[in-house]
Design a protein around this ligand. Structure first.
Ligand code: PDD
Length: 287
């Protein structure tokens, strides 16, 4: 059976799934999204993702398209239809379809689309060699805590990284402090083996992988600081890594062409990745 997508109330073959040209998501990027990892058929941290979706929607005064139980039902049905075991579920909610006008319409129904994508496990090469990142100025708006589909600076940053032969761009604020990657959160490990990641604020997306990993780090008793760090501190760090729903925990071994630490994935990074993988493996599906 061909892959299917969910579009505003119906399941459609993926390649025919489309929205109206006056959907405000298309015209104004007036919408939000979530990427929920699926591991062994289980939606990882589903409720945390749905909590963040609710928050993004309410910050933008967009109504929820359906109740949480209904969203969960549609998610599971789409995964079932697509035989999704490992990959992710993408969901996007926009303010809906209305004649083009910047100010909000009052009578539109929010639009909901969902799709799934299979993912292969991360390659041995990435795990054994790590990833390269570049740094560049953070050109985004002041509400990066909202998971908005308005991603142009992120798109340009990721493209610049790719053109430089890197996987990710770490964005840097006006004070020379790293905010986060274009689609991942940024972490370093100091010479004293302290794990550092920027504190949650309007300057970053509070990643669900970040939240879960912070909990695992606390449970395991590693030293932790949630604070900003400069590009210089990152370049001088012993280890570096990034997190997201599609990367989980991946080592960073080069920043702006300079090796991080000894240039190999860090010991603590490798342990933290394993803790996260074990965590996903331990999950059972909630209703
Ligand atoms: N990106 N920071 C940004 C800017 C992101 O877009 C993401 C997620 C993250 C990590 O968040 P989480 O751990 O909840 O995935 C941090 C998704 C994966 C994407 O846009 O594809």
């Amino acid at each position: 059976m061909p892959r299917q997508a969910y579009v505003n109330g119906s399941y459609k073959p993926h390649r025919e799934a489309a929205v109206h040209i006056e959907d405000r998501g298309y015209l104004f990027a007036d919408g939000v999204y979530e990427v929920v990892p699926v591991h062994n058929g289980i939606l990882v941290d589903e409720d945390l993702h749905l909590d963040r979706l609710d928050r993004s929607l309410s910050e933008l005064q967009i109504e929820a398209p359906m109740s949480r139980p209904a969203l969960k039902l549609v998610s599971r049905e789409l995964m079932r239809r697509n035989g999704l075991n490992n990959g992710f579920l993408y969901m996007q909610v926009t303010r809906g379809v209305a004649p083009r006008d910047h100010k909000f319409p009052h009578d539109t129904k929010p639009a909901l689309v969902m799709m799934t994508r299979q993912m292969k496990p991360h390659s041995e090469k990435v795990l054994s060699e790590g990833l390269k990142v570049i740094t560049l100025p953070d050109q985004r708006w002041a509400r990066c805590d909202i998971k908005s589909v308005s991603l142009l600076p992120n798109v340009l940053g990721k493209q610049a990284a790719a053109e430089a032969g890197a996987y990710e761009a770490w964005q840097v604020d006006g004070d020379g402090q790293v905010t986060e990657g274009t689609s991942t959160n940024a972490w370093i490990v100091t010479e004293g083996n302290r794990v550092i990641t920027r504190n949650a604020s309007n300057a970053i997306l509070n990643g669900i992988t970040r939240i879960t990993l912070l909990n695992l780090i606390r449970t395991e008793g590693y030293e932790l600081e949630e604070r900003s760090f400069s590009v210089e501190e990152a370049r001088a760090a012993r280890e570096a890594f990034l997190t997201s729903s599609t990367s989980f925990v991946l080592p960073v071994t080069q920043i702006d062409g300079q090796p991080v630490g000894n240039g190999h994935p860090g010991i603590l990074t490798t342990k933290l990745r394993q803790h996260y993988m074990d965590y996903m493996q331990s999950l059972r599906q909630s209703a």
